[in-house]
Design a protein around this ligand. Sequence first.
Ligand SMILES: Nc1ncnc2c1ncn2[C@@H]1O[C@H](COP(=O)(O)OP(=O)(O)OP(=O)(O)O)[C@@H](O)[C@H]1O
Length: 364
Amino acid sequence: MTDFADRTGTGGPPVADAPPVADALLDLEGVTVRFGARPALDAVDLRVAAHEIVCVLGPSGSGKSTLLRVVAGLQTADAGRVLLDGADQVGVPVHRRGVGLMFQDHQLFPQRDVAGNVAFGLRMRGAGRTEQTLRVEELLELVGLPGAGRRAVATLSGGEQQRVALARALAPRPKLLMLDEPLGQLDRSLRERLVVELRQLFAQLGTTVLAVTHDQGEAFALADRVVVMCDGRIAQAGSPLDVWQRPASEFVARFLGFDNVVAATVSGEAADTVWGKVPVPAGSPQGAGRLLVRPAGVRLVPVADGLPCTVFARTFRGHHVAVQLRPADGGPRLEAECPLRDAPAEGADVGVAFAADEVVLLRE
Ligand SMILES: Nc1ncnc2c1ncn2[C@@H]1O[C@H](COP(=O)(O)OP(=O)(O)OP(=O)(O)O)[C@@H](O)[C@H]1O
């Protein structure tokens, strides 16, 4: 019997690997970083095009920060190469790489005012006073803090400090801006607002961005391309839509919060599973493997017409209800996405039918 793993790219639903990036501004070739025996980065290849916004996602310890650090020159690679604008960065110190860095705790200088903070990189580069003053004004305008130059950092709100940190990172016109959990400490509504502003700002400036976040919502809202990391390797890279619609592996699916995953044997346009027959998209790879049904594809029907299940929990998610289902005959639990007014009560017995267009065959 053939595994899905052997058949990806042979006519089944496309697996969302990123297309090759032309004109890379940043190019990582087989970059490995080891701390002791275990690699924090394991032969990572990644290209970022000029003006592209790439967000790196992944669980804690998957290597996201190490990736940024190795590009910035704060960490030496044990193997592989980092190229910026085609130039190998081996031996190039941090301040000569032309990259801007903004970290989670923004690390503003508390003894300097806002202007003093924003001008920091310019001073280091030896810019004259007039240039500094003009650039600081321009940047504060850009990040929505016009005229705030003389304010003390301690008097700023978290969101305002974030904007100052951003202005400081952008001031020397870095060819690559790197953000590590840029909005990490802010509350959700402010983050949602700022992420939209950031995307607009980067588009306006044509900034190339490599950002790290553990927040999927943030990554999907900000990025042109997302990169999901697992144990120092890239598990999947692609457009937010591609990754969301077609997680390539069980790891990525579960990381994105999709838990309707089951062992399956595909034959024609249906798969045998412990949930019974599940329809699969035309052209799916045949044989044994793992299968995901996204919650939108778990349809509730009369008990007699589908897989008998009991509702054991419901979670309100704004525009829909996530209904947790326990199949009567065993097998993994299922989550269904239901419109608010159609959601069955806890304890209700329902039937489940599956929609082929929400079924994804996973690489193992
Ligand atoms: N200086 C170091 N010395 C030893 N091990 C390290 C060092 N820095 C990172 N590591 C290890 O390398 C691995 C990757 O760490 P890294 O900080 O890159 O992960 P991360 O994905 O950014 O995690 P988080 O989301 O928690 O910040 C982890 O196992 C971590 O413990």
